[in-house]
Write a protein that binds this ligand. Structure first.
Ligand code: HEM
Length: 142
């Protein structure tokens, strides 16, 4: 499912509302991933996985910044996320299945924090955004 022009217009619009406060909520999505899908913790052996962990807070903010960048460069995500693609595909070698898990907890966290924004149509566009970002991040597996 690729992003249509309607999805892109929708995302640019809703991200004006979600984007500024997403760094505050994204750590919760990471924490939910660790709680709901414990196998994901194996990629973070040195992290303190407890509520309010400074490492999860810092990591969530970085992931939120990457999503901000993705929406800002929605027509050219592969170039904008090139470094992250190298990192996840070649250095971290995150199994692609994990991206579906993080996508799930991201969407749940968005629905919990922005219930009035997440209409079914918006949710579908956000789902496609997460798929598109994930595709870029796993595009350089060897
Ligand atoms: C939408 C999906 C994702 C985005 C946007 C994303 C974004 C990022 C960003 C921005 C960083 C920091 C890079 C740096 O400091 O140079 C990072 C690091 C990392 N990511 Fe991802 N990531 C995603 C999915 C995942 C998934 C699914 C996993 C594994 C379950 C994962 C595992 C890691 C690990 C282990 C690090 C290094 C953490 C550290 O040691 O500080 N990422 N990611």
């Amino acid at each position: 499912m690729s992003l249509s022009n309607e999805d892109k217009a929708c995302l640019r619009s809703v991200w004006k509302e979600i984007g500024p406060s997403w760094p505050e909520h994204c750590p919760d999505a990471i924490y939910r991933m660790f709680l709901s899908f414990p196998s994901t913790k194996t990629y973070f052996p040195n992290f303190d996985i407890s509520p309010g962990s400074p490492q999860i807070q810092a990591h969530g903010r970085k992931v939120a910044d990457a999503l901000n960048k993705a929406v800002e460069h929605i027509d050219d995500m592969p170039a904008a996320l090139s470094d992250l693609s190298d990192k996840h595909s070649q250095e971290l070698r995150v199994d692609p299945v994990n991206f579906k898990l993080l996508k799930h907890t991201m969407l749940v966290t968005m629905a919990a924090n922005y219930p009035e924004i997440l209409t079914p149509e918006v949710l579908l566009s956000l789902d496609k955004l997460m798929e598109a970002v994930s595709r870029v991040l796993i595009s350089r597996y060897r």
